[in-house]
Design a binder for this molecule. Structure first.
Ligand code: NAP
Length: 221
């Protein structure tokens, strides 16, 4: 069975992705930060939980060591935060760090794990909010900037990793009912997760580097 590594498996879209992939027979490695979340994930069938704070280098080092040299068919970076106050320097920088810097550094650290797998895929849960062309609403400056940054970075990863046979997708999950998306959001985490899985299934070296919604709609940069 293929192996997926999902960051931010504790709640929201990440938790739904863990459930969806496990239900479809994948071996799931899910990351979380708290003891309670790790125990809850470990109790799920087909799921192994590993501790990871994507903002801490030491945590990343420990995590990569625990992974050992096992092949990862799909690295799915889902963990993210959403500071929206552009006057808060620390919050702005933290959002850039967690949403753009960390996924990109992790992808580079995990390149060999993915390159030695059968499916050889990476995907990042970014956001339509990171589209500059689609921004007719303004606001949300740190969050928008972080998602535009991760899109730019992962577009380069798609080009850089093509010779290794790795296909990459940048995915908008919809406006999803989670702590981040709010209770009034129209899309359930389960529907988002199954749409994201379909888009990832359709990702290959010919379309690598695309920015697409969970419903298959192409999104302008
Ligand atoms: N919900 C939406 O409408 C929507 C729309 C577009 C894009 N997105 C994107 O979808 C992804 C998931 O969002 P969500 O709505 O599920 O958010 P959420 O409910 O707030 O969950 C965020 C997840 O990220 C994890 N996380 C945050 N900081 C972390 C860190 N430093 N290290 C490791 N994990 C960390 C959280 O872990 P803890 O539980 O430990 O905090 C949690 O598992 C994010 O990238 C978000 O930007 C969401």
């Amino acid at each position: 069975m293929p192996t997926i590594l999902i960051t931010g498996g504790s709640r929201g879209i990440g938790r739904a992705l863990v459930q969806d992939y496990a239900a479809h027979g994948w071996d799931v490695i899910a990351t979380a930060r708290s003891e309670d979340d790790l125990a809850e994930l470990n109790a799920m069938d087909k799921v192994e939980a590993l501790e990871l704070d994507v903002g801490e280098d030491e945590s990343i080092d420990r995590f990569v060591e625990q992974l050992g040299d096992r092949p990862i068919d799909l690295f799915l970076n889902n963990a993210g935060i959403a500071s929206i106050d552009a006057d808060d320097r620390a919050g702005f920088l933290k959002t850039l760090e967690i949403n753009a810097v960390a996924p990109t550094m992790l992808a580079r650290r995990l390149k060999d794990h993915v390159a030695q797998s059968d499916q050889k895929k990476m995907a990042v849960v970014t956001s339509r909010m990171g589209s500059i062309g689609d921004n007719d609403g303004g606001g949300y400056i740190p969050y928008r900037a972080s998602k535009a940054a991760v899109n730019a970075a992962w577009k380069s990863l798609a080009i850089d990793m093509k010779p290794d046979g790795i296909a990459i997708a940048m995915l908008h999950p919809g406006h999803v009912k989670t702590d981040m998306g709010g209770s009034g959001a129209p899309v359930t985490p389960a529907d988002s997760a199954s749409g994201l899985r379909k888009q990832i299934d359709e990702t290959n070296l010919s379309n690598s580097g695309r920015f697409v919604g969970y419903d298959g709609a192409a999104i302008e940069w």
